[in-house]
Design a protein around this ligand. Structure first.
Ligand code: CU
Length: 112
């Protein structure tokens, strides 16, 4: 039933769909930090404004993610395999620690 023209049109539309869906994304990134054996891994990361950082506690005791500057971000105590996510909208250096074990320290640098 389909003519050569129709088949060519279909091929072009498929190619176009592939180009559109395979185009580089400019979406904000998601970055993972693990909390393992009383350490934030990695302890220092650099992200771009708008990126979301997700902490996952893979330790077998609770930890928190608490910004040193009060009120920027603060998780509840995270049990094993719990996650906490925060989106960094503005540039800056954000030091944080674990509220239960203040010697646990980390830093998120947000830069373009
Ligand atoms: Cu802790």
């Amino acid at each position: 039933m389909s003519s050569p023209n129709q088949r060519a049109f279909c091929a072009r539309m498929l190619a176009l769909a592939c180009v559109l869906s395979c185009a580089p994304s400019v979406r904000a990134a998601e970055v993972q930090i693990k909390i393992d054996n009383f350490v934030f891994v990695p302890a220092t990361i650099t992200v771009k404004p708008g990126d979301t950082v997700t902490w996952e506690n893979v330790d077998d005791i609770p930890h928190t993610v608490t910004s040193k500057t009060p009120g920027i971000f603060r998780s509840k105590p995270l049990d094993t395999n719990d996650k906490y996510a925060f989106t960094f909208a503005t540039e800056g250096t954000f030091d944080y620690f674990c509220g239960l074990h203040p010697h646990m320290q980390g830093k998120v640098i947000v830069a373009p």
